[in-house]
Design a protein around this ligand. Sequence first.
Ligand code: AMP
Length: 249
Amino acid sequence: MKVLVTVKRVIDYNVKVRVKPDQSDVDLANVKMAMNPFCEIAVEAAVRLKEAGLASEIVAVSVGPAACQEQLRTALALGADRGIQIDSGEAPDPLGVAKLLAAVVAAEKPDLVILGKQSIDGDNNQTGQMLAALLDWPQATFASALALEAGRLRVTREIDGGLQSLELNLPAIVTTDLRLNEPRYASLPNIMKAKKKPLEVKSPVELGVTLKAHTRLLKVEAPAERQGGIKVGSVSELVEKLKSEAKVI
Ligand code: AMP
């Protein structure tokens, strides 16, 4: 079974995000970038399938500028066999990414595509669903458990008040939730070995995709600064303030 796994380059989740002074976007100058955490979980899921003898090849794909190769090398160090960077310049919106991924799927013919459920920069939660629609493949989003049984995929999803179990025919799309697994760290020897693994660069034109902007970013605003707290003298003063100032009771 061939598994395609998607890897997005985003601001490292530990970084406190700054907004540009003109509010045109988030300031990426000198900011540490990393693999989107849900993509790390997707890579780990693919590697576990390979370790279990269920997957034969893992292809990692990233859409964006050449800098994405850094995250692809990380995926290769974690256990992916090959990388593909789709050189789109700045990453397009989810529909553009989904169209590019659909073209890679047409060429690579994987049995399973594993994506993160969400990118932590745009919080879109759209790419996996759009890819499934474009390919007309079954999808299981927000997977918290994944198993292959008799050539079919069993996926558990956490839903309000319980768990939902799905069975899917392959080929299929899965998007990962936080509890699916705990991603490993890449070891130094594997980081070194990853430098020699194949990494191909493809352009949208080569894939036959014309990118079109479907949305326009108008403005980014930082959240309001948190106000300092105060100490109240008594429970009755607290209740009074909750009523008159916070208006929560
Ligand atoms: P989103 O729909 O933007 O929230 O992204 C959901 C998932 O789609 C991410 O976790 C990635 O696995 C994948 N994805 C989105 N954008 C890209 C990209 N530019 N390159 C590779 N994968 C992507």
